[in-house]
Design a protein around this ligand. Structure first.
Ligand code: HEM
Length: 503
């Protein structure tokens, strides 16, 4: 409004124009079309929150491929044309990729800013993540996860006296329990001094994690954690267990954590509790998406007899080729990264399950005023505005994925059974067609490990257990929309299934 070029309210007097602008932020020439919403400050947040996919589809029909929405005082420019995603990435120098993430992390986990420019630490967390979640480090993580999954799944945990009978459980609770326990042990190692108390310790952590994670959307929205007494207590207890003095008692801690425990960061002003809270942030990043994603992989596969048959056959062959046999008492199964990477059916199942359940929001904050040059035109963006991609729009686009709401286990396979990587929109090949792990500089550094651990879980479930849905005709549960923007959405209700050890 400083430039005085108004898109709406232009017939008002100067004073009224100013008021109009304070409440409604006016569009300048060259900026994307603006939806201010009806409520000052809140803007369109309620409509967006109620059904983001429908809201964005409606706005796309109304305004075209790029438009601005006011959301809780922020101006968010949505780019909805997947052919423009690449161009947005190329404007990287104008974006602050981390500002938003650093701020959310500090708010949610209760540590001070980890942005080196704020002077509390010199650690380049992005580098640490890449170094300790990929390359050589990925080998040890993957090995440890396979061992821990079998520690959780095999007898005596599932008592031998019970091994002939069916056990009925909610499938989401089951996946949550197994993946949380194995994942926690993989990141933070085992306490060798108190082995018998290990399970109780992890289950306490699991309950605290659930309680804390439930209010995560509220924390991201800026509501202080003090408003939620139980979740606040749960967070403090989770962090307490991750203090240096407690981690020191554990063996086989992942490099992701040890690198940060013994970081040579002389400028760090973080005390032990605050460091523990940054470990908690990693626990959350490693679990919050993986737990529901694992559920969707298992649920969709069990519901599709063809998927189940083909996947089980792929697993059988992989074990045969590696010369290993399933046994409850003998050596745990172990597969190398190369063997895991050569399982295209499981890869396709995982991709399809994530395509259907992912609702992440890729956000970048503008560092300065600049012009965004896209395929469909050039648009002026103001400093501190947000540019957002919402990949669910492309994941559920019928042009790209026919019958987008149907789970097709082989959607990401070619006719020759190899991974399919060519997807088209209007006859043109897409570079970006699958984005549950984000994009550009905020691409998830744990994505390779995440796929390995879900694959390992499926391999073990298909090998060790017979499984059946209690209601073979059960409908697919809806996605929990309250977590839109955070990644993989959990189901709104659990689905009962039964399992027993195979003979
Ligand atoms: C299905 C599982 C997973 C999904 C869908 C997923 C998705 C994502 C997405 C979308 C982001 C970027 C968020 C943004 O745009 O700011 C992200 C960031 C991150 N993820 Fe994952 N993730 C998964 C599993 C994991 C695992 C297993 C780990 C670690 C063990 C992990 C570690 C991280 C970390 C550390 C970040 C922050 C990166 C940074 O700020 O530089 N993720 N993840």
């Amino acid at each position: 409004w400083k430039s005085g070029v108004l898109w709406s309210g232009k017939n008002l007097s100067g004073h009224a124009q100013l008021l109009w602008c304070v409440f409604f932020y006016c569009r300048r020439i060259g900026e994307p079309p603006l939806d201010n919403g009806l409520i000052p400050y809140v803007g369109c947040a309620l409509q967006f929150g109620a059904n983001p996919l429908e809201f964005l589809r409606t706005n796309k029909r109304k305004y075209g491929h790029i438009f601005t929405c006011k959301l809780m005082g922020k101006y968010v420019h949505f780019i909805t044309n997947p052919f423009s995603y690449n161009t947005v990435m190329r404007h990287g120098k104008y974006f602050d990729w981390k500002k938003f993430n650093f701020a959310v992390s500090a708010k949610a986990f209760g540590h001070r800013s980890i942005d080196p420019s704020d002077g509390n630490t010199t650690e380049n967390v992005h580098e640490t993540f890449t170094k300790t979640l990929q390359g050589d480090a990925l080998n040890s993580l993957t090995e440890a996860m396979m061992e821990n999954l079998q520690y959780v799944l095999r007898p005596p945990v599932l008592s031998k006296t019970n091994s002939d009978s069916w056990v009925t459980e909610g499938m989401y609770s089951f996946c949550y329990r197994v993946m949380f326990e194995a994942g926690y042990l993989t990141l933070f190692g085992k306490d060798l001094t108190r082995q018998e108390a290990q399970r109780t310790f992890i289950l306490n952590n699991l309950n605290n994690f659930k309680q804390f994670d439930k209010i995560f959307p509220a924390l991201v929205a800026g509501i202080p954690i003090h408003m939620f007494k139980n979740a606040h207590n749960a967070r403090e207890k989770l962090a307490e267990a991750l203090k240096h003095e407690n981690l020191q008692k554990r063996d086989n801690i992942s490099e992701l954590i040890t690198t940060r425990m013994f970081l040579n960061d002389t400028l760090s002003t973080f005390d032990d509790k605050e460091k523990a809270k940054t470990h908690l942030a990693l626990l959350w990043a490693a679990q919050a998406n993986t737990l529901p994603a694992t559920f969707w992989c298992l649920f969709h596969t069990i519901r599709s007899p063809e998927a189940m048959k083909t996947a089980t056959e792929e697993v059988r062959k992989a074990l045969e080729n590696s010369g290993q046999k399933i046994s409850f008492e003998g050596k745990p199964i172990s597969l190398t990264q190369m063997q895991l990477n050569d399982m295209p059916v499981l890869d396709s199942i995982i991709k399809e399950a994530l395509r259907l359940s992912s609702a992440s929001l890729n956000i970048r904050a503008a560092k300065e005023d600049f012009t965004l040059h896209l395929e469909e035109g050039s648009y002026n963006i103001r400093k501190d505005d947000i540019v957002a991609l919402y990949p669910q729009l492309l994941h559920l686009d019928p042009e790209i994925y026919p019958d987008p709401l149907v789970f097709k286990y082989d959607r990401f396979l070619n006719e020759n059974g190899k991974p399919k990587t060519s997807f088209y929109c209007n006859g043109i090949k897409l570079k970006y067609y699958y984005m549950p792990f984000g994009s550009g500089l905020t691409l998830c550094p744990g994505r390779l490990f995440a796929v390995h651990e879900m694959k390992q879980f499926l391999i073990l479930m298909f090998s060790y257990f017979e499984m059946q849905l209690i209601d073979s005709q059960v409908k697919c549960p809806p996605l929990d929309q309250s977590r839109v923007g955070l990644g993989i959405l959990p189901p709104t209700n659990d689905i009962d299934f039964k399992y027993k050890l195979k003979h």
